[in-house]
Write a protein that binds this ligand. Structure first.
Ligand code: UGA
Length: 457
C-alpha cells in the first residue's frame, strides 16, 4: 500500500519513517523547502535520537521519499496520513487550518485523477491532535471540495476517515512509535468487536504492522479524539499534583521525591509523571491542556480541575525564583549559571520550556545569566541573543557563579564532577529545579543543596 504522510514534524516524520521501516512505501509531504532538502539528503531537520539513521536506511531501500507535491501524492496513494501542526489558535482553541487544508486538498485532488477512486477505497487517517468533532468536519470538507471540483451534485467517492491519535514523546519518538503501549483507531462505523475484522480493520493491520502483544483499540471517532487530549491532560494533572505536594512537603519538612517514590509502588498509582520541579513544558502538554479547557468552555463546561492544573504549572517559574531569592537575598548583580534549557532532556525543543520565563525574570531582576545545554544552545541564542552568555561546556559557565541552577534533567547533569564545580563557583550553592541530584551526595561535597519540595538541610 502506498502511503502519503502530510507534515514532516516530530509526529509526521516519525510516522513516515516508522511505517517505511515496517515495509510500506511512504512519501513524506511538507511545504518547507529547506526541510525537504535536508530530508532528501538523509538528514533529520530536528534533534531526535535515532531518526537520521533510519531516514537514510529507508531512502536507500527506496521505501521512503519526500516531496511537496500534494496533488501527485493524493492521486498515487491509497492512504493519506495527516500529521500537520494544530497550534494554539484563537481563545486557546486548536488552530485547525492546516488539517482542513489537507482534507480540502484530498477531496479536490481525488476528483482530478483517474477513476480509480471509484473502485478502491482510500483512507484518510488523522494523527494531528484535534478537538472532538473534527473528524466529522474533515469528512464534510473532503466531500464539499470533491463535489465543487467535479461540479457534481452527488456521488461521493469511497473513502473513510480514521482518527489515529499519536502518543509518542520527543526524545524517544521512534521507540514509542515502533513499540507503542496502545494504538487507538477511531472509526466512522463502529467496530464489530467480534473476532472477524472489518475491511478497514484489515487494511489498518496491513499498514501498521504491530505484533499481537500491542493492544489495538477500535472505538468511535469522537472517543479517539478525546483519548488524546485526556491522556495529555492526565499526565499534566499528575505533574501538577506532584508540584503542589512538593510545595506542601517543603513547608512541613518532608521530601516529595521520597513521598512520590513510595506512592509509585502502588500499582494503582505508578511512578511515572510524579517528578516535581520546574513544571511541564513542550509543544503538547501545555497546548493540549489549554485547548481542552477552551473546548470545554465552548461546550458550556467549566473544567475546574484542569484549570487548577494549568494554574499550578504557570506558577512553577515563580517558585524557582522564590527559592533563589530566599537564598541569595537579592538577585541583582548575581551571576547565575544555568544547566539545561530544553523543555526536557534529549531534545533541543524550547517550546513552552520553563527555562524561558525563569531566565527572563532573572535578567529582569538584574542577574548575569550564563547558560549551557547539550542540544538547545542555537535555538536559545535565537531567542536571547546577547542577553545571556553561552558556554561551551557545562563547566565552562561556572567560574565565580553565585549559584548553579539546573532546569533540565539531562542525564549528564546527574553525575557531575562535584570537585570541579566546587572549585569554580564563588558560592557553593546548587538549586536543583528538576530534583535530579541526590541531596546527600551534593551536601557530602560541601555544597548547599536546594531542591524543589525537599527537606532543607
Ligand atoms: C507528550 C506526551 O507524553 C506524549 O504521549 C504525547 O504524544 C505528546 O506529548 C504529544 O502530544 O505529541 P512530550 O511533549 O514529548 O510528550 O513530553 P513529555 O515527555 O510528556 O514531558 C512533558 C513535560 O513534562 C516536560 O517538560 C517534562 O520535563 C515534564 N515532566 C514530565 C515533569 O515535570 N515531571 C514528570 O514527572 C514528567
Amino acid at each position: 500500500m502506498k502511503i502519503a504522510v502530510f507534515g514532516c514534524g516530530y509526529t509526521g516524520l516519525t510516522t513516515a519513517v516508522g511505517l517505511a521501516e515496517m515495509g510500506n512505501l511512504v512519501l513524506g509531504i511538507d511545504t518547507d523547502a529547506a526541510k525537504l532538502a535536508a530530508l532528501k539528503r538523509g538528514r533529520c531537520p530536528f534533534f531526535e535520537p535515532g531518526l537520521d539513521k533510519l531516514i537514510k536506511r529507508n531512502l536507500a531501500r527506496k521505501r521512503l521519499s519526500f516531496s511537496s507535491d500534494a496533488e501527485r501524492s493524493i492521486l498515487d496513494s491509497d492512504v493519506i496520513i495527516c500529521a500537520v501542526a494544530t497550534p494554539r489558535g484563537r481563545r486557546n482553541r486548536a488552530d485547525l487550518r492546516a488539517v482542513l487544508k489537507v482534507a480540502g486538498d484530498f477531496g479536490r485532488f481525488m476528483a482530478g485523477g483517474t477513476d480509480a477512486y471509484k473502485k478502491n477505497q482510500k483512507l484518510f487517517i488523522n494523527k494531528s491532535t484535534v478537538p472532538v468533532g473534527t473528524s466529522e468536519k474533515i469528512r464534510q470538507v473532503i466531500e464539499k471540495s470533491f463535489l465543487s471540483a467535479t461540479k457534481r451534485k452527488e456521488f461521493i467517492p469511497n473513502f473513510s476517515v480514521i482518527s489515529n491519535p499519536e502518543f509518542l514523546r520527543e526524545g524517544t519518538a521512534l521507540d514509542d512509535f515502533m513499540n507503542p503501549d496502545r494504538v487507538v483507531f477511531g472509526l466512522e462505523q463502529a467496530s464489530s468487536h467480534s473476532s472477524s475484522k472489518t475491511k478497514i480493520e484489515i487494511m489498518l493491520s496491513k499498514i501498521f504492522r504491530y505484533d499481537d502483544s500491542v493492544p489495538i483499540i477500535y472505538t468511535s471517532l469522537r472517543n479517539a479524539e478525546i483519548i488524546k487530549y485526556a491522556s495529555n491532560a492526565f499526565l499534566a494533572t499528575r505533574i501538577s499534583f506532584a508540584n503542589e505536594l512538593a510545595d506542601y512537603c517543603e513547608k512541613v519538612g518532608a521530601d516529595i521525591t521520597e513521598v512520590a517514590y513510595a506512592m509509585g509502588f502502588d500499582p494503582r498509582i505508578g511512578h511515572n509523571y510524579l517528578q516535581s520541579g520546574a513544571g511541564f513544558g513542550g509543544s503538547c502538554l501545555p497546548k493540549d491542556l489549554h485547548a481542552l479547557i477552551a473546548h470545554g468552555k465552548k461546550a458550556g463546561l467549566n473544567l475546574r480541575l484542569l484549570k487548577a492544573v494549568k494554574h499550578i504549572n504557570d506558577r512553577r517559574p515563580d517558585r524557582i525564583l522564590e527559592v533563589l531569592r530566599n537564598e541569595l537575598l537579592k538577585i541583582r548583580g548575581k551571576k547565575i549559571a544555568v544547566w539545561g534549557l530544553s523543555f526536557k532532556p534529549n531534545t533541543d525543543d524550547l517550546r513552552d520550556a520553563p527555562s524561558i520565563p525563569i531566565i527572563r525574570a532573572l535578567l529582569k531582576n538584574g542577574a548575569k545569566v550564563h547558560v549551557f545545554d547539550p542540544a538547545a544552545m542555537n535555538k536559545f541564542r535565537e531567542l536571547f541573543q546577547t542577553k545571556v552568555n553561552f558556554g561551551t561546556s557545562a563547566t565552562s559557565i561556572l567560574k565565580d557563579a553565585d549559584c548553579l541552577l539546573i532546569l533540565t534533567d539531562w542525564r549528564e547533569f546527574g553525575t557531575p564532577d562535584f570537585a570541579k564545580i566546587k572549585k569554580a563557583l564563588r558560592n557553593p550553592l546548587i538549586v536543583d529545579g528538576r530534583n535530579c541530584l541526590s541531596p546527600a551526595e551534593v551536601q557530602k561535597h560541601g555544597f548547599k543543596y536546594l531542591g524543589i519540595g525537599r527537606r532543607r538541610a
